[in-house]
Design a protein around this ligand. Sequence first.
Ligand SMILES: [Mg+2]
Length: 348
Amino acid sequence: MRITLKPFTVHKRFPLTISRGTTAENTNLWIKIESDGIEGWGEASPFSIVKGSKINSEQLQQELTGITPSLERFHPLQRQEIETVLLDNTINSSLRAAIDTALYDWLGKKVKLPLWKLWGVTGDHPFSTSVTIGISSPKKAVERVKNWLNFMEVNLLKIKLGSPEGIEADQAMILAIREATPHLPLTVDANGGWTLKEAIVMSNWLAQYHVKYIEQPLNVGDEDNLSQLYQRSPLPIFVDESCFTSEDIIKLSPYIHGINIKLMKAGGLSEVMRMIAIAKACKLQIMYGCYSDSSLANTAMTHLAACADYLDLDSHLNLVDDPFQGVSLNQGKLMLNDLPGLGITLPN
Ligand SMILES: [Mg+2]
């Protein structure tokens, strides 16, 4: 097979602030594999879970260029062998994700089936996704909620907390949003911005405001405190930054209620499927999340939407220059199409 790549920069309509900083744009890689006259497409979206440690797209391009000769000797059907080469060479998870996604896209096109049909999962109805409100002043947060409500039907709001200004700032934002939209269900994501004590205080406080769960309350490295939080939190606790792959799930499972699976962290749809199986065996709830991914990566995850309890696949909805067309919006929900593979096209 032949592998080619093209960097592309996406810009956010509204820059997103989380506890670690603000993102306004991201340069991602569009990766194509070609074999037997069929192209498969994937996306690598550089991300970081530690402030200031983000790998950039140039570094990803170098990594891919270095490994390309070892990969091009395979056929796209040799997915397991390809994954082994990528793992043995400690290739970045977002690149692995792009290649694995492209292999599945190729396979779907080869057998002329959309991936959801190929996998036998439900994909013929729309799936609800939450939309994200970043950290800001209470007034700006309410404006952003109104922007989303003007843009689409919203069924679930995800509020970024863990403000550097402390939990009083977090509470002020929630109160303002609650006043503007008293009945819209919420989830919150602290991105590791709280101490154990703050997380316990916030969980008890948030429990009165229709919050479904709290995502990543504690910082990476603070997992030993999850057991105490688990006993004292009235709200379910999900992990994101603390859980990259299936290997992380079992050791965390006694102290959490759910996990956030992301294509770029997992390193491919193959690993996403392993994570789903293990999470379900551990009786955990499952959400899917995203970084600054375009509709290519978010469409790939939507093909497995029927296996998740919650979707938070909204990054492409906040882009002004998404190069791709995949899932469409249907009453605030993501709807797959019936094209073979991922079903990604380029808009005219
Ligand atoms: Mg998160």
